[in-house]
Design a protein around this ligand. Structure first.
Ligand code: ASP
Length: 293
């Protein structure tokens, strides 16, 4: 039996100081909800979906209800959910006008034979999901009331359940004013997110840079090669800075419940929960401050 643990992040970016209190509350709540799922026997995939759903439900991040507009003033969102045990993921890309793409990603993972669905096909799947009652939609038919965001605050999560299974996920509307149809790293398996039976990673930051190094897979590969998740995070951040202009961050877990995180932006709000408690919540996480298990 493993000790369940969950980490959530609210994006590697810069947040106005006036928002910090609400953001910390939101990541704390998401980690708490995810941990409750894990401690009631839910799977890591259940916990990641629940935690990201909570973050999508706030208007604080450029994801879910806080999604920002693309160049045409429309909302297009991306999300992914990856099950490390099955080495399978479900992802949706450039889906218009939905609040909870993470649940649609779950639907793709569990109920379809494919791993990635984009655009109008994803919308059709969303309507099918809602009409089957798999997940409900509080605002059906929302059309493009996105926020005018300055930066991008993708949300992400990694979790380990009591059976030792890992999962990872991410949800975003991408960069404000993005090219319609643009898909960043977040919903791309291996780039924004990766999980297997060894480790899981959820990345955030400049998608075009993250894609170039396939950051999530690279981070997990370092753990397979013997690095701790902490060192794997540092190593992959070094790699993205050396090969691109960087501006990224990531959170990681391994099957022992060890935590890794790193970022090179002013903020990356993070909450970590284990042992029936949210043990660490901050805008600027530091490995040396995380309480030991
Ligand atoms: N990686 C996301 C994207 O490029 C943005 C972010 O993580 O904030 O779409």
């Amino acid at each position: 039996m493993s000790q369940p643990i969950i980490i959530v992040h609210g994006g590697a970016t810069i947040f106005d100081e006036t928002t910090h209190t609400d953001i910390l509350k939101a990541v704390r709540r998401a980690a708490h909800v995810g941990l409750c799922v894990l401690e009631k026997g839910g799977s890591a995939v259940d916990a990641v979906e629940s935690a990201i759903w909570q973050l999508e439900e706030t208007e604080l991040f450029t994801a879910g209800r806080g999604a920002c507009e693309n160049l045409d003033g429309e909302i297009e969102v991306d999300a992914i959910l990856m099950d490390g045990q099955r080495l399978e993921s479900g992802a949706v890309m450039a889906v218009k006008d939905i609040i909870h793409p993470i649940s649609l990603a779950r639907y793709v993972l569990e109920r379809t034979p494919v791993m990635q669905v984009a655009g109008a096909g994803a919308t059709r799947l969303y309507n099918e999901m809602v009409s089957f009652g798999y997940r409900k939609e509080d605002e059906p038919g929302r059309t493009s009331r996105g926020v005018h965001a300055v930066g991008c605050d993708t949300v992400g999560c990694v979790a380990l359940d009591e059976s030792g299974r890992l999962a990872a996920g991410a949800s975003t509307s991408g960069w404000p004013g993005k090219l319609p149809g643009r898909v960043g790293d977040s919903p791309i398996i291996g780039a924004g997110v990766y999980a297997n039976e060894i480790a899981s990673a959820s990345c955030t930051g400049k998608g075009e840079q993250i894609l170039r190094v396939v950051m999530g897979r690279e981070a997990v590969m370092y753990v397979e090669q013997g690095l701790s998740v902490e060192d794997a995070c540092l190593r992959v951040m070094r790699s993205i800075r050396e090969k691109t202009s960087g501006e990224a961050g990531l959170i990681m877990l391994d099957t022992a419940g060890s935590v890794g995180l790193a970022f090179d932006t002013p903020h990356m709000p993070v909450a970590i929960a284990r042992n029936s408690d949210v043990v660490y919540v901050t805008m600027k996480p530091s490995m040396s401050e995380i309480p030991s298990a």
